[in-house]
Design a protein around this ligand. Sequence first.
Ligand code: ATP
Ligand code: MG
Length: 927
Amino acid sequence: MTSHEIRSQFLDFFKSKGHQIVPSAPLVIKNDPTLMFTNAGMNQFKDYFLGNKIPQFKRIADTQKCLRVSGKHNDLEEVGHDTYHHTMFEMLGNWSFGDYFKKEALEWAWELLTEVYKLPKERLYVSVFEGDTDDNLPADDEARDIWKTMIDESRILYGSKKDNFWEMGDTGPCGPCSEIHIDLRPQEEVNRVPGKDLVNNDHPQVVEIWNNVFIQFERQWNPAKGGANALLEFETKYSGDKTDSAFKKARAGKHSEVTMLKELPAKHVDTGMGFERLCMAIQKKQSNYDTDVFQPLIQFIATTSGKKYGQEKWADIAMRVIADHIRAISFTIADGQLPSNNKAGYVIRRILRRAVRYGYTYLGFKEPFLYRIVPVLANQFANVFPELKAQEDFVAKVIREEESTFLRTLGTGIQKFEDYIENEFTNLDDSVASVIESEFGEATLKTINGEFAFQLYDTFGFPKDLTDLLAREKGWLVDDEGFVKAMQVQKERSRAAASSETGDWITVSDEEDVQFLGYDELETYSHIIKYREIKNKNKTQYQIVLDKTPFYAESGGQVGDTGYLEANSEKVYITDTKKENDLIIHFTDKLPSNLEADFHAVVNASKRSLTQNNHSATHLLHAALKQVLGNHVNQKGSLVNDNVLRFDFSHFTKMTDEEIARVEKIVNQKIRENIVLDEKRNVPIAKATAELGATALFGEKYGDFVRVITFDPKYSVELCGGTHVKATGQIGYFKIVSESAVAAGVRRIEAITAEKAETVINEQLAVLSELKELLKNPKDLVKSVESLLEEKNQLSKQIEAFQLQEAQAIKADLLNKVIKNNGVTVIAEKVSLPTTESLKKIAYELNAKVDNLFLVLAANVEGKPQIAVMISDNLVQEKKLNAGAIVKELAKEIKGGGGGQPFFATAGGTDINGLDRVVEKARALLG
Ligand code: ATP
Ligand code: MG
């Protein structure tokens, strides 16, 4: 069975059991401060479990792109070294939201694995939760009894809270889970060691394939036991090390003491099966990399590097690392996250660098190579995750650029490393070295400083094992302790810089429904549902959730609304509005004195109106760019506020002035057509993209129903949650102010609209008319500036010629004033010159002409005193004269200073009356 068939069978199977099949959410998460990347199938349904949102379907199944490279789930270091953990993998999942529960979930899982996929029953093991007395959690007998009807009891295992109980956080939905493991070892080995002894033991052929989570309880704070505050107090008072396991254990104890479990009225099922591991099992392979999911990539890498897979340990690891990482990198970029130097972008950059480094070290790739794998991957997934195929060129370009940059850094880092070795080596006292060497052996003697190793890691992206490897090649060791210490110091520094504390939500009213009215209203009456306190460094802020709100929360590039809440003639200002998951959160510096009042919630209307001018203009701009530049243009990011709009899009070259002008023209034409906004809410996503032809943005998560914004169905149809003008005429005018590059293959346009554009244009016109006035209102301004410049050129040429003549005259005059003394030709005179350059020039020319020259010129350069001293080379040698020293002495007369070389030096000063004394002093110097 091919991997494509395996995937389809999963989806078909659950479809036949009444599940709605939905697309994978993007890998990149935007509205959740606790998570950067999707790391499990359930992420996109989190709001359903939390009760923030009601699901459209009670049964759902999908294949979800997951990335486990940061936070709670981080498998990065394993990847490539083992055969069954990936950075990016597909998680096949089925969900029940308050519908079926354990019986159906487990029976269907069993049916699918053993009857559809025909996996051997005797090789499967299942686990159920054994209970936890400390935490008052019951054993999951229900699951055990269901399994007993299908599988021999000897293959039902009992797992602890760590493996078999799932919780989202300190409070919230939670419940036991039941895992399914498979034993893929050869029969002889199975005979020797029973598989049940290897379950959950990191054995590469006895692996977990499926986890079924039963969300059965809700954990709540127990006010009788002090709740959240008691836990907080325990944490603050804990005196031991808060990073070690003793703390975790003690905290868990306290946590269970101050919380209580409530059986949920509507229970949920959340399952996740590792697709690549499933393929390994069905295709009877020993490693995920031997399945048809990875083989096309591995084979391509092998051919490109001229090596064979399966022949040499480190080359194999490198090929696995690359085959794995290229998937993570490509799909994340396709979902809108470019590599960068912070947050999610940095995580991607690090993965990319890990791949480059393995290729560089073990496969001999010294030139960019990852980008060449993109087409192989894009074709492989064209029908599963089409977003990659659609942006193949763009993704490859971004990767290539990153690779080149990093390969250069890698080169510099390696040079740094070699210099270090060289230096340290020569710094050693030979005799000491040989004594230590004979006593302790070579390696002990040569240790690379841990801080230096950390510098390589931090600045040059050298993972520690690369430094180890390079060191070993030279017979050196790395000071591991020093490295870890340097890393800790830096971590603490950045932790201190980013510290902020988020308090618990405090409930004000029991209202659960939150209504967003901001598409239709700018003010409304509303109540506070809950609020919490945020401490950022020294500032305290509050976040408020309202039952009804006209405030638009920042998203899709559009900034959040500002405004105020008013009750009993007290006004509290809302400084920003943001989203967290699906909650709309209002920021304020001050809480209202009566939290339970009826509030009048009012949005700052003029700011909103200017902002939506800019937002609608980005839609017009997007469509115009596609017309002018081509269909490869896709939105890569945007920022829309009341001042400006910024639009990032995929395009490979700088736009010409002509292209910019055409884009502006189209947009302004669409503004003048005064196209009326057509806004459709709650459109099924398939209808929006297929029938209406909406431009969907890759990497946006839309849910199943979307909002479609149309300005002329033939011109611009986009999926968008933002706010817009009623008709394009409101935008008034559109002006591009800059076009630049942001990353490889991504351009950025900044533009302004409405009053702002008007102001800028008027300012420019004012400058223009001022210029005209200065030039006495010529008919043709450009022509008259041109002739002005022409005239200026002529004049400068004439001046230069005059100055040259003058200098020649001065030179001739000086030659007449020569004094011969003891075989030295002395010229010491006062002169008037236009520039310091001409002073220098005369000095050099006289030096070329006159032998045995000792020249001192005291010059008046446009009213400023300057001295030049020039001495023939032979005099410098024979008489040990030094122009630099002499000029310093002479400069005292003009209250100044200077210096230079033995044969030529200059000085400047402030006292023009001292020039005569300079001449006298110079003459006296040589008698
Ligand atoms: P493991 O203990 O093997 O790391 P897990 O307990 O972290 O697995 P879950 O969080 O329960 O796994 O995820 C559900 C399923 O997803 C697992 O049963 C497994 O098949 C798969 N899976 C988890 N992590 C990875 C990974 N890094 N690469 C590939 N598949 C994975
Ligand atoms: Mg894991």
